[in-house]
Design a protein around this ligand. Sequence first.
Ligand code: SF4
Length: 571
Amino acid sequence: MSSNGTNGNGNGVHGNGNGNGKRSLPQAGADPVANLPSIDGFPASEKVYVERDGLRVPVRRIHLEGGEPPFEVYDTSGPQGVDPHLGLPKLRKPWIDERAAAEPVGNRSQMHYARRGIVTPEMKFVAIRENVTGEFVRDEIARGRAILPANINHPESEPMIIGRNFLVKINANIGNSAVTSTIGEEVDKLRWAVKWGADTVMDLSTGKLIHETREWIVRNSPVPIGTVPIYQCLEKANGDPEKLNIDMFIETLIEQAEQGVDYFTIHAGVRLAYIPYTANRMTGIVSRGGSIMAKWCLSHHKENFLYTEFERICEVMKKYDVAFSLGDGLRPGSTADANDRAQLAELETLGELTDIAWKHDVQTMIEGPGHVGMHKIKENMDLQLKICKEAPFYTLGPLVTDIAPGYDHITSAIGAAMIGWFGTAMLCYVTPKEHLGLPDRDDVKAGVIAYKIAAHAADLAKGHPGAQDRDNALSKARFEFRWQDQFHLSLDPDTAKDFHDETLPAPAAKGAHFCSMCGPKFCSMKITEEVREMARQQTAATADVEAGLAAKAAEFRDGGHKIYAGGDDPH
Ligand code: SF4
């Protein structure tokens, strides 16, 4: 593995190119990104590129002290220093163009290529990121156990993979609402989310300027973008679910696919017959998309058109290589409703739709709940694997209790860690604002960090190769009182350092063998260090005694076994 550095602070190259001329993003009025806050790189870090097979795959290299070798971590932040008006460089454009030249029309999905035995550059890129072979990546995609979301119109994305035999991924939701937020704030949240480690981002905008907001997000995103197209479709129907129809929906899919959205949440499993199952629930239907489709079904008393016209939808998906995220419109919104008849009936339908999508070589993952007590999580995961034939599971949390509004990044990260351990491939974050309001920048960070913890905990529990290495590096730094290294190896170095410095801000404290938690006399790690030193000394002393005795024994033997030196044995 070879790599070469760029700049010195994790901010990567300072380029401006989008690889496709100087086209600026559309703006009707004032510049929407005029006042974007700058985003600093990670301390003691630099973005470097692993170069192999003609590809350059980014990693973040963390420099350590005390003669320790540098440590490299997976990097989702994308090229830095790029003018957001121009968008990111179009990394995948040559690969997409080459395939289009060879085959101008037809199925463009990574699954289609995988099933024909082709290892695409995207698959090779992922193989380097995940430290596996390209053939392994191809095989997992071909059998439907992993997806590589990569719309042909989102060439700015750096390929990544979602599947349970790879690192557990996390998604961050952004997007405006009818009540609040602007394009600039959403672009800022995107850049902020990928800095902290979001592997994909969903734009859930339901407010003003949906199309323009999405354009700015897609052009500036190094990670796949997901959407829930029914939201924009509902706007087109003036907010009236009864006016929705398949033609309007297909038109919206094409509009978003043309922009470059990489995966669509589609609530095709909310069937008319299942809606009565929700009547006696504690919290009814809590999915926005699910409730919209339920209203359509009931008002027309017809089967869900997303279900009946699913093959038409597949035709759009494969043309652009948009992946399905089959929505769980009937997910439980409270622990009382977990794993109930409505949820599991919908899951059966999602399994049926997976087969249809795969028939078209369309990449597919399955969305999961929601609110599920810890004792019901394993059952949920096992059923999904069986019913959906191992298609990747993509779960919101789950929240393991309903009693902590304001802290649902924690209630859900507990469930996320468990379900990730059991086999979920991607965890959709929940922020502290869940159930309470639209997340802001700080909430995005809190949600991403909580989910990085859950995903990594799951990787550790699954025994993912290499997952333990970062824990070991940080633990070693902690035990050796290399405070800076402990901060720099952590998921959130800023907070770790700030907390330490609240009480011991002096530079000398970075060399101290204690912190303010226990103080110098009670620092257990310092005491352990002293215990070990004493043991070392005692061992050395014991060794000295033993060596002295051995020397004397040898002298005795060499001296002819005489007990009294200089004379004969009296007997
Ligand atoms: S003082 Fe306590 S918390 Fe701080 S380093 Fe020592 S053992 Fe750890």
